[in-house]
Design a protein around this ligand. Sequence first.
Ligand SMILES: [Zn+2]
Ligand SMILES: [Zn+2]
Length: 341
Amino acid sequence: MKLKTSCLFLISFIFSSSLLPALAAPARPGFVVTVLGARGGILDGNLSAYMIRPAGDDRAVLCDAGTAMAGLVAADRTGALDDIAVPPGSGLTRAGYVLTHTIRAYLISHAHLDHVAGLVVASPDDSAKPVYALPATLRDLSEHLFNWRIWPNFGDRGPSPALGKYHYRALAPGRTEPVPDTAMTVTAWPLNHGGVESTAFLVAANGASVLYLGDTGPDVVEGGRRLDDLWRAVAPEVAAHRLKAIVIEASYDDSRADRMLFGHMTPAWVVRALRDLAHRAGGPRSLRGLTVLIGHVKYSLAAGPAPQDVIRRDLARDAAREGLRDVRFVIAEQGLRLALD
Ligand SMILES: [Zn+2]
Ligand SMILES: [Zn+2]
């Protein structure tokens, strides 16, 4: 009898111990976004790349990869990767471990170089993983980058021999797919970007979500209604306060003329787009608690105030004018780690 009690105690100890972390710690509805690259050109080494993972989970996706290793090294320096445990004996630096083990998939919005350069140059030492994108972007990657002329073909299609390290996974607009080896799902919608198709990705897990928009222009300037279609699709996530953050671009400040946007946004257009989203989701209060991370600010060669400071001021003024008081704007900076609960 005594032996039986001891066995039961031992069994209950094993089940409640860290041997079964998934059972011991229920998943929290939140995300961690780590900025590996923040600018929209022309600063090589700091171009669009956002690592997204559920709170308390080391399995991430990388939304765009304009910068990869340089961003991981910078993020490691700021301590933004400190919560990722590198197993003893891995033989890897923390940045190396995160590239090859933490990042389980790439989500690529479009194949412009400022969104893929980090992926291309890191590919020889990267681990095998899927690359999710709309079909047009996958075609650009396989025909124009991983083609044995611009770079060896690390993809699983295109000019022979296809080395097959990257598995191209075509997404269908609006159809949700699980991301293997992660707790996340992804849903894609097309965006208009000055004649190029770009992509928005909704990354969801544990009842929460983050929306990442690749480069996009405003519907009014681009023609069409792809932003409005996106807002209608994600409005239920917003209305239910499941959407924790939107990553969206503001390449230029408000002094930029619409005819000079070349498929990009300004703070005024971002605020108008958010107002449209609020309208679709049931009113301005629906954006309460939402974080809007502003990326793709274009680096400037001009002396004077930094573009991100001008954009921060523009956003505050535009948001006040449109009555968007409940949104928290954050300007993306390389090495920034945002915990979103
Ligand atoms: Zn870009
Ligand atoms: Zn672009």
